[in-house]
Design a protein around this ligand. Structure first.
Ligand SMILES: Cc1cc2nc3c(=O)[nH]c(=O)nc-3n(C[C@H](O)[C@H](O)[C@H](O)COP(=O)(O)OP(=O)(O)OC[C@H]3O[C@@H](n4cnc5c(N)ncnc54)[C@H](O)[C@@H]3O)c2cc1C
Length: 530
């Protein structure tokens, strides 16, 4: 019941609603408050009442474009997609053995991975609460499996700590927490928290610190079996006569701080990364294939859009056939344009000055991914690492271990780099061969005995050299959002833009899909008014 003086607290209100209307009402109310809602997915759009024969041309067969096509056709529109490439999926893409890829600058790579191995050059992981994507994966029969985001047994390397020797995440994190807990315990003893907490609560906090930091009875973080149960043992527990475990030495705290471990610990606290993540079985490109099974018949491939014009009667799109040559004009009543802004800003249009300014205002980030095929799974066999990432402050930024086919004999592909910012630009400036050499050199810090010895072949994608996106993802900031975002997403006469760049879930597939649903819902409304 609501009680007490003044306005009810949110908790009081919710518990009262729960009592009156049961859990359904409580859930609805919590969603209003933004608590229970883990997703902004409203469910598939309801686009009823489309005018017979009304047509929509969609530019780009990435996830945003294909979802728009799927839902608009279902609603009764006559739909067509123009796609630059010879395949659907856009950034949703996997490279397999036998694939060929030419980047801007002319370098061509022939991927040599063994059957079943792949590199996801773009998206590679799906958070648990990206419900739009999860919904359509299920609807379109795309099988998902777990993606290991957090592996305590993987390494953290920093050239400025431990003489450049990588340490296990587990030991670094445990030592960081243990030392911080001990220091905070001392601060309590020195009365530094007297103004913040009562004596009773200080006792509670000390108890919590003892448990969190694995401190001993004297509130010290020390070498013993208690700290080793978090950081790992010198000799792990065994069976029989010599089964007793041996505790491990602690790492020097100054080096732990220098390793930057707190950044890694904070990284895993991101909402997207906190809990179970997924990947499609067989490569991320399987999602694009799943969507293409639904709408592939609507796609004109190798159609590079060069002009986009509209007038009172409709939309006219000019495209070049990149396979056979020649230029064609296509017409429709309306247009959903999902072409990434870095490309769209170079296409001739008659959109308003404000819209054009918005399209041109958003820079794109860069990113380089490198796949390295190794003869055997030495990270599993020699280092007991099954999935997850090892981090470094070198340009490659991390290496990541495959999350499938554990224990399998034969070659497997490691992600040898996921570089962005300055490191990404340095790698992008290299030839594909130089990138692989750099990835081998830098990645060797983690597995020095095996990395070069077991290497077979590799492939890389530098996203600012990919001609159909020219970058990794749209990079909004507070100012550009304030000045340009609403203008960018607004329906302008007969055209609406969609894609990850037209969302607040930037650089996630979920953002592309949420943007698409929102855009076609508004375009449909506009079409009904026309
Ligand atoms: C390195 C990297 C890592 C990522 N990691 C993740 C991740 O782990 N999880 C996640 O959910 N997301 C991730 N993302 C983001 C995700 O890939 C995108 O948000 C999403 O795929 C974008 O979909 P889209 O439909 O908006 O654009 P796109 O997929 O880019 O589709 C646009 C389409 O337009 C076509 N096109 C371009 N120019 C023209 C033209 N002139 N004429 C005709 N067609 C044209 C393109 O060929 C493409 O097919 C990552 C992206 C990158 C690059």
């Amino acid at each position: 019941m609501i009680s007490g003086r003044g306005a009810p607290t949110r908790r009081q209100l919710l518990s009262a609603i729960g009592m009156m209307g049961g859990t359904a009402a409580l859930y609805a109310m919590m969603t209003e408050f933004g608590h229970a809602a883990e997703t902004r997915f409203p469910g598939p759009p309801n686009l009823s009442g489309a005018r017979p024969g009304a047509s929509v041309i969609i530019l780009g067969a990435g996830l945003a474009g294909m979802l728009a096509a799927y839902e608009l056709r279902k609603a009764g529109y006559k739909v067509r997609i123009l796609e630059y490439q010879g395949r659907a999926g856009g950034r949703n893409w996997s490279l397999y053995g036998g694939d060929k890829f030419t980047e801007m600058g002319g370098a061509t790579q022939n991927v040599q991975f063994a059957k079943g191995n792949y590199l996801n050059p773009g998206p590679w992981r799906i958070p648990h609460h990206h419900r739009t994507l999860l919904h359509y994966c299920k609807a379109f029969g795309v099988a998902l499996e777990p993606f290991i985001q957090f592996n305590h047994n993987a390494y953290v390397h920093n050239t400025d700590a431990f003489g450049g020797k990588p340490q296990r995440y587990r030991a670094l994190a445990a030592d960081f927490e243990g030392n911080v807990a001990e220091l905070l315990g001392k601060a309590i003893d020195q009365k530094s928290l007297d103004t913040r907490l009562t004596a009773e609560d200080q006792d509670r906090l000390k108890e919590a610190l003892r448990n969190w930091g694995m401190l001993d009875g004297d509130m010290r973080y020390a070498k013993n079996l208690r700290s080793s149960s978090h950081r790992g043992y010198d000799l792990p527990p065994g069976g029989g006569v010599n089964g007793a475990p041996q505790p491990s030495d602690l790492l020097p705290f100054d080096q732990v701080v220098r390793s930057g471990i707190a950044t890694n610990m904070a990284f895993f606290m991101n909402e997207e990364f906190q809990t179970t993540m997924f990947q499609p079985v067989g490569g991320m490109g399987k999602i694009g294939e799943g969507f293409a099974r639904q709408v592939g018949d609507l796609v004109t491939y190798n159609a590079k859009v060069t002009k986009l014009f509209q007038d009172k009667t409709g939309v006219t799109v000019t495209y070049t056939d990149t396979a056979k040559g020649g230029t064609t004009e296509a017409k429709a009543d309306f247009c959903v344009c999902t072409i990434p802004l870095a490309v769209l800003s170079q296409i001739e249009t008659n959109m308003t000055e404000k819209k054009t300014a918005a399209i041109q205002a958003v820079p794109y980030s860069n990113s380089v991914k490198i796949g390295l095929e190794m003869k055997r799974r030495f990270w599993e066999e020699d280092a007991e690492i099954f999935g997850g990432h090892s981090f470094t402050n070198q340009d490659i930024s991390l290496i990541s271990y495959p999350n499938f086919d554990y224990f399998k004999t034969g070659p497997a592909v490691l992600l040898g780099a996921f570089a962005s910012n300055a490191g990404g630009y340095r790698l992008a400036g290299m030839t594909p061969e130089q990138r692989i050499e750099t990835a081998l050199e830098q990645g060797s810090v983690f597995h020095p005995e095996s990395y070069r010895k077991e290497f077979m072949n590799g492939a890389s994608v530098a996203w600012n050299r990919v001609p159909w996106v020219m970058g990794c993802c749209a990079r909004w900031n507070e100012d550009t959002r304030k000045t340009h975002y609403q203008e960018l997403v607004a329906v302008e006469d007969r055209i609406v833009l969609a894609g990850e760049h037209a969302s607040y879930v930037g650089c996630w597939m979920e953002g592309a899909l949420l943007s698409s649903i929102d855009a076609i819902t508004r375009l449909h409304k506009r079409a009904l008014e026309a």
